[in-house]
Each structure stands twice: as structure tokens, then as C-alpha cells.
Design a protein around this ligand. Sequence first.
Ligand SMILES: Cc1ncc(COP(=O)(O)O)c(C=O)c1O
Length: 317
Amino acid sequence: MIHQSLLQAIGNTPIVRLPALSSVLNINVFAKLESFNPGGSHKVRIAYAMVQDAESRGILTRGSGQTVIEPSGGNTGIGLAMVCNNLGYKLVLVIPDNYSVQKQHLLRLYGATVVQSDSSKGNNSHGEKAMELQLKHPNYVMLNQQRNAANPEVHRNTTAQEIVSDFSELDMHCFVSGIGTGGHITGIGEVLKTHWTDLKVIGVEPIQCNIKSNVHAPHKIQGLSIGLVPPILNLDIVDEMVGVDYEDCVRMAANILKTDSISMGLSSAANLVAIKRIADSLRPGANVLTMVYDGIESYVPEITQQTAGLYEQPCTA
Ligand SMILES: Cc1ncc(COP(=O)(O)O)c(C=O)c1O
């Protein structure tokens, strides 16, 4: 298939069964590989949808060179950079200073202006800094993924529909996914629950946090628990939250490469840690779907540092 631009190649990502993990847990674990999207994550879907929505409301005009500003932990930034470059906008991204340096370099290569926020000020330091900058530059357009209804909507209209179509001949018993802005769990969870009325939707969060009780502690799993209950999150569709430990996610991201060989970042590994935790409560053979948001590449330095010595193979050659 020939696409007229990269933006047309967004979506229709594959779902794969993880045979090794499924066999260990005695359930069927499936993952939708959003890492196959242009830019390597699910966030390009919302980047394009939010820009299209702003255009349809006359806030942005294609080719105008207007500046878009957004707080982003990296993936929304990459998606927005691709969308802005293709549609003729400038981009300013605000990123916490403890986030992947590699992603920050990458964003600059995409042509975005990157501003760092002071992560010691809390999990939403980049959101607050972006607000500050927008007040200084009122002509900047902030799409605000945490509040933008186009975020869950694109997951209702695309991601969820792709899943329903791929599972047309299978039952789904459980959907496990992390919560950052809450966009994808809301959009996908709502649609899946209308198709499988007994489906359990399990939310994943760092062990220190408890979104249902409004507890937001600092943590190291990028993309999850952003320091507030996002206005677009529909918590009513989340049946249960599972807290996961950062170290378990690091080990899972490293181990899964050796078994099912799926490249994934720490928030995606968090989903598998949560599935492992709940597997005993599911009936044998249950079908469980989760998401792989991005690949392991930009986390390699962090994972290597955390697992130093653990994965070195003796040289036998
Ligand atoms: C790597 C990663 N994982 C998970 C999430 C959470 O996705 P959502 O914002 O749809 O809740 C994000 C969001 O930024 C992310 O970048």
C-alpha cells in the first residue's frame, strides 16, 4: 500500500500472542503493538487527532507556521513533531528533566524546541511549566492531552475498532492497561465493554500511587501516573487497579526480550507485571489483551544500568 504521507500510516497495528508468557501463566496473553506506529508509539494517534480537531474548530490553520506547545514525556512529543512537520506548524515541548535524554535529543532532531521542567516539583512539573510558557506567549496553542476529548475519542474510533475487528472470532476476558492521561484506557475500555459485557478492565499504576484515592507519589515509570487524576479519564470503566514495582518492570522488559522477544518500554512491561500478578485470579485459558506502547530502544541505557551484571553472558567462544 502506498501512503501519501506518513500520517496515513498511523494505526492498524498488529496484535500478537505471547506464547512463552501465556504458557507460564496458563492464560492467553495478547499485546497490541502500538510501537509499530510511525514514531514508535500510540501517541501519534492522539497527536494527529488533536491537531485535526483544533483545525476543525479554527484554532489551528494548516501551513500557517503557528506554534503548538505541549507538555510531553516524549512519545506525544514525537507524534506531535511528525504531525507538525507534515502540516506546517512549529512545536515547543516541555519535558521533565528526569525523562529519557535520548528522547529529548530525538525531539530536537525532529525540529522541536525542547524546554525542560524541574521534575523535583512533582509528576506534573512539565504541565505546570507549559502553562507558564503559554501565559507568556498567548499565541501558542496548547492541545493539552490531559484534557483534550480528542484523545480518548481517537482510541474509541480507531484503536478500539481495530481490536474488536481482530477479536471478531475470540472472546476477550480481561483488558490490562496503564494510565497516563487516561486516553487509551478510557477510549478502548469503553468500547470493549460494550462488546464483551463481562470484560474486566484492569488499570496499572506505580505501586506508590493510588489514582482511585487521589494519591500521586513520585515514581520512575515514564508515561504512567502523571500527578493528577486526568479530566478525560473515565475511572468508572476501571474494575481494578494493580500497583507495580519499578524494578519488576525493568526485569520484565529485559526478560521478555529473551522469551517472547517483544521490544517494550517500562510502562508496557508494567502491564505484563500486572498480568502476572492477576493471572491466578483468571480462569485457565482466559484471553487477556494488553498494550505495548513503545519499544525498548530509548530505555536501554536505563535498563542496562539497573540490571548491571545480571544479564552479562560469559564469553565461551
Ligand atoms: C510510554 C507511555 N506509556 C503509557 C502512556 C499512557 O497512555 P495514556 O496517556 O493514553 O494513558 C504514555 C503516555 O504518555 C506513554 O508515553
